[in-house]
Design a protein around this ligand. Sequence first.
Ligand code: HEC
Ligand code: HEC
Ligand code: HEC
Ligand code: HEC
Ligand code: HEC
Ligand code: HEC
Ligand code: HEC
Length: 445
Amino acid sequence: MKKGLNNVCLKVFAFFAVAVLFTAIPVLADGATYAGTDACKTCHAQVYSKIKESIHQKMIRDASVPGNVHGNLSDPKAPKLSEITYVIGGWYKEESYIKKDGNNYNVTKYEWDPIKQHYANDKSIRDWLVKCAGCHTTGYNTTTQTFKELNIGCEACHGPGSKHIVSKDKADIVIDKSPEACGYCHIRATQAGGGKYNFPVGYVLGKPDTLQYDPEPYTNASFFPDKTSNRHRQQLLDMKTSKHYTAGITCVSCHSPHDAGNVSVYKASDLPVEFQDTSIAIFDASGKVISYSTWNGNGLTMPKEKLCKSCHTSVNEYHKHGFTDKAKGAAITCTDCHMPDVINVNSKLRGALSPHTFRTLSPENSLKYGADIMPNSCTYRCHQDKGADKTARANWALSVLSPAPTPATTTKATETTTKPTPGFGLVMALFGLLAVGYITNRLRK
Ligand code: HEC
Ligand code: HEC
Ligand code: HEC
Ligand code: HEC
Ligand code: HEC
Ligand code: HEC
Ligand code: HEC
């Protein structure tokens, strides 16, 4: 297919196919094309510099530039620079490499694990244009198997901008705030109808209904037994099971679209204490730790300690929990229970990600499915002092939760409150009603 397209007739056909696709988007009736992120710089300097600083623009890098490879190149299992063209990621989970050969792009067998700090070379060679490119480039077109630029540029979210850069008219550019606009990449799914692509194909920005895909099945490979994600890039799948999704909350209610978070790199000697548990070591060629990288969370619309309460105004950190001074001293936040960083669990507890179901992981499910494979919010990070045995810890957690919260395996809303006295419950319910009113008002704005 790819080779066949070198044929002129097919190119002409592809051009019309693309033109027809664009006419499906009313605001782009004239068939705008991709202009590239740099074309937006002169008029949108501020957004441009934010984007450039964000991890969205630092994902795929030229391997030949010193410093761009995070892996330890002196490792005997490391690739030689002549074997790779581009390096992907390497910030928190894995670093893979692409070998470009003419129009062929292959993911090589090398994979650097920044957490375990070694190369895992057992990976098969994969066709990057079929398996990865839809989510790691801007303007990928499956018909021509071409893309406009590496990394996530402006037009990955705003659509082709050639018309707009001339007209400066906002009618010539798309703003898509739906979860699908992020979710066409932040998903684990394949082309709808059993197609060969390892990602959703044909999403039209501004039209959330056009996101079609075969979702990752609910197996233990990618989900915990209670159906919470246990692998990265499944945020949309998680979120679609949450009431946030049905209530019209989107990714950009919580994330700033122009800042996917900065991965800050600190010299080994300068690493701030608060990042010590969650940072990823970077090595020099001799294997010495020279620095650490960490996702600093700046990409959220506000610090996570304030974020949830900005809408859930009547809930505080200690609902569903003991009110002892010790508990308060621990300074827990909503995300500790509702988004524990259980994805990519490893012995050092570093570089882990958070599920997006927003439900807590209950100790009841740990006991039901086995505490070794099903973590829970109570004892994953907190309450480690209740013993090394995970089952014993889950039993302890269940025993102090009275009554036990409903295990969250379904999308059904849980009860508003589980509190000791009916009087308190009534007050909380009233608060709840007020909150719903407040939130509904906020959302109408
Ligand atoms: C020559 C200057 C210029 C260039 C280049 C330019 N823009 Fe704009 N853009 C504008 C102006 C002016 C507005 C405000 C239009 C208005 O309010 O009617 C705007 C508005 C926007 C908006 C907001 C639309 C809305 O509905 O509020 C987006 C999104 C946008 N531009 C994206 C881009 C992207 C992406 C690029 C690069 C492909 C780009 N712009 C290049 C001048 C430019
Ligand atoms: C075209 C595909 C694509 C789109 C659209 C996209 N992303 Fe991403 N995003 C990625 C990729 C790929 C990475 C990985 C970058 C890396 O690790 O080097 C990423 C990384 C991120 C990260 C940082 C992850 C981490 O753990 O460090 C955040 C946060 C993020 N994206 C949020 C968003 C939001 C919010 C939107 C929508 C407004 C969005 N993304 C749209 C592909 C995309
Ligand atoms: C359906 C979209 C999609 C596909 C297909 C996809 N990725 Fe990603 N990838 C993402 C997103 C989104 C992220 C970042 C968000 C996250 O980690 O949750 C990411 C992150 C990464 C990272 C960064 C990890 C880090 O530590 O910084 C690497 C490396 C990566 N992907 C490689 C690949 C390779 C190689 C392929 C093909 C074999 C591939 N991806 C296919 C969407 C995709
Ligand atoms: C990951 C997706 C994504 C990328 C990449 C992205 N945008 Fe946006 N942009 C959005 C979303 C979503 C909004 C609407 C945000 C809102 O209103 O809450 C937006 C809003 C805007 C606006 C309206 C005013 C504002 O600042 O909110 C402008 C202008 C704009 N983008 C320009 C750009 C330019 C220029 C680039 C590249 C330099 C870019 N965007 C890259 C998703 C993105
Ligand atoms: C209700 C708020 C909220 C919504 C909605 C939301 N996120 Fe997040 N997201 C967060 C918070 C909070 C974190 C940081 C968790 C932490 O560090 O404890 C986060 C982290 C992330 C990360 C970084 C990796 C990680 O897990 O630490 C990615 C990528 C991401 N979100 C993508 C998305 C995408 C894509 C969507 C929409 C499909 C989305 N988020 C919707 C609140 C939200
Ligand atoms: C922009 C407003 C907004 C923000 C920010 C927000 N929420 Fe929500 N949340 C809602 C709305 C609206 C609902 C749905 C209420 C309903 O229908 O009962 C909801 C529902 C929920 C639910 C119910 C269970 C379910 O199925 O999802 C939980 C739990 C929850 N939110 C936790 C959080 C946490 C944790 C955060 C911070 C990471 C957060 N929310 C941030 C607006 C928000
Ligand atoms: C100590 C753990 C813990 C903390 C911290 C926590 N929650 Fe919860 N929350 C729960 C449990 C357990 C449930 C019931 C099961 C579920 O829905 O996941 C719950 C339920 C909810 C619900 C569903 C409606 C309800 O009341 O039953 C919302 C909304 C919610 N929490 C918001 C928040 C917000 C906002 C914060 C931070 C201010 C927060 N929670 C902090 C444990 C916690």
